[in-house]
Design a protein around this ligand. Structure first.
Ligand code: NAI
Length: 479
């Protein structure tokens, strides 16, 4: 790894602890580690300068070190102000061969509890390769991609953005950053947009942004939608959240979930995992949906499906999992029962109207511990809000466990290799990985679970019209 002092983390002395957890995680990430072993000799990412913006956790540390093992140079920031695990960030900054006194790891800019200004500074630093530019982005939620696109847009227009026109506190911070940047360097983000061969995007919300840019004709480089690999969204989003949702609620509140009424807003992949985990604890789970197909699925899975208004006064636990905005309003929070718990597991913090709550004059915030606040209304009624409305499984707990992230991150590495080594096959647009690679990722995880696959005979394969070695399903199959 390159020698560097170029990083900012909370506490380098946590590196040894981080390294021990990285070693444990490697064993639980068989897919990612076997991709590392398969490509180590050929170094397909040699020459790649990857800017990563993804939760700086122990599992992400294994991803970063895999990218490095395949020849890439990497700079990293977290994609959420609360999601960094400081020991993982320290271990990445120090590197396997370094010490806290002599760090030799990867430039990482991430700590738990960043301010919004710090968060965007970190993203900017991860994009700053000095005299060079990044040539790949690995994104989760699309913030690094957004900064490059917005920056290039203002540079093209030759006009500094006016932060006072921003419609949110966060966008104001972005515009202030771009305003400063444009005064210092009028082509900085345009050069990055030009240099980047592609982005691989981790999550539903980031993918949504990419398709929007593709539709509008503003997408500046090709993108692989990693989220919609089956071995990502049908595993990480579902089984990952099934594990980490209740981990977050337990660590934050330690409230007994059994017997409570839990309301899950959204019954997509994330919502399905959340509902199952709450039911597993004995909660009575109620689902809200806008999509009739997902509403029908929830009903057939045995959940009551109704509107949030119907249950606002009776629910004990509310979880948003929609990727939509204003799903729970400030007015609705004011009508919840005493000590109702409110949390979001979707990517951005706009699912719960925290700004609206903060603007009310009849409510005060009291911090209980990091990422747990009680909001007390006039008259004494209190509600408990987790991670200030940011994704609670990473804010209040440690996110998804290694095994499921091994699936997601094996897809990430294969997608990086695809875009970096075969640019001619990916003109500007948004792509998913070929099904063979999706099936490969699944295959890499079977042994660890003792799964024995049945093999098609030649006759069976020809009867089904598939090859013995797959792919087994047509593109339109939905799993
Ligand atoms: P999805 O699109 O499969 O599901 C979202 C569901 O919410 C859809 O069925 C939609 O109809 C429903 N919905 C939209 N607006 C609604 C509203 N106002 N009320 C009720 N239902 C509504 O998306 P997916 O994959 O489940 O992801 C959801 C969010 O979670 C995204 O922001 C995604 O980026 C994020 N995510 C978070 C993870 C975490 O670890 N915290 C992991 C994976 C994804």
């Amino acid at each position: 790894m390159p020698q560097t002092q170029d990083f900012k983390v909370a506490d380098l002395t946590l590196a040894a602890f981080g390294r021990k957890e990285i070693t444990l995680a490697e064993h639980e990430m068989p897919g990612l580690m076997s991709v590392r072993a398969e490509f180590a000799a050929t170094q397909p990412l040699a020459g790649a300068r990857i800017t990563g913006s993804l939760h700086m956790t122990v599992q992400t540390a294994v991803l970063i070190e895999t990218l490095v093992a395949l020849g890439a140079r990497v700079r990293w920031a977290s994609c959420n102000i609360f999601s960094t695990q400081d020991h993982a960030a320290a271990a990445i900054a120090v590197g396997p061969e370094g010490t806290p006194e002599n760090p030799q790891g990867v430039p990482v800019f991430a700590w738990k509890g960043e301010t919004l200004e710090e968060y965007w500074w970190c993203t900017e630093r991860a994009l700053d390769w000095g005299t060079e530019e990044p040539n790949m982005i690995l994104d989760d939620g699309g913030d690094a991609t957004l900064l490059v696109h917005k920056g290039a847009e203002y540079e093209r227009a030759g006009a500094a953005p006016d932060p006072s026109t921003a419609d949110s506190e966060e966008f104001q911070v972005i515009l202030e950053l771009l305003n400063r940047s444009l005064k210092e360097d009028t082509t900085r983000f345009s050069r990055i947009a030009e240099s980047v061969k592609g982005v691989t995007e981790e999550t539903t919300t980031g993918v949504h942004r990419l398709y929007e840019m593709q539709r509008e004709g503003t997408l500046a480089f090709p993108a692989i939608n990693v989220n919609d690999s089956v071995t990502k969204s049908k595993f990480d989003n579902k089984y990952g959240c099934r594990h980490s949702l209740i981990d977050g609620i337990n660590r934050a509140t330690d409230v007994l979930i059994g017997g409570k009424t839990a309301v899950v807003c959204g019954y997509g992949d994330v919502g399905k995992g959340c509902a199952e985990s709450l039911r597993g604890q004995g909660a009575r789970v109620i689902v809200t949906e806008v999509d009739p197909i997902c509403a029908l699925q929830a009903a057939m899975d045995g959940y009551q499906v109704t509107t949030l208004e119907d249950v606002i006064a009776t629910g004990d636990i509310f979880v948003t999992a929609t990727g939509c905005k204003d799903v729970i309003t400030a007015d609705q929070m004011s009508r919840m029962k005493h000590q109702a718990i409110v949390g979001n597991i979707g990517h951005f913090d706009n699912e719960i109207d925290m700004a609206g709550l903060a603007a009310r004059t009849d409510v005060r915030r009291e911090n209980i511990k990091p990422q747990v606040d009680v909001w007390e209304f006039d008259g004494g009624k209190k509600i408990i809000i987790l991670s200030e409305g940011r994704l609670l499984n990473l804010g209040n707990a440690t996110g998804h466990p290694s095994f499921v992230m091994s699936n997601s991150f094996a897809n990430q590495v294969l997608a990086q290799i695809e875009l970096y080594t075969k640019p001619e096959q990916y003109p500007i647009g948004v792509y998913t990985l070929p099904k063979q690679l999706d099936e490969k990722v699944a295959r890499l995880h079977l042994d660890a679970l003792g799964v024995k696959l049945t093999e098609l005979s030649k006759e069976q394969a020809s009867y089904l019209g598939v090859a013995i070695e797959g792919p087994y399903k047509p593109e339109h199959y939905r799993y």
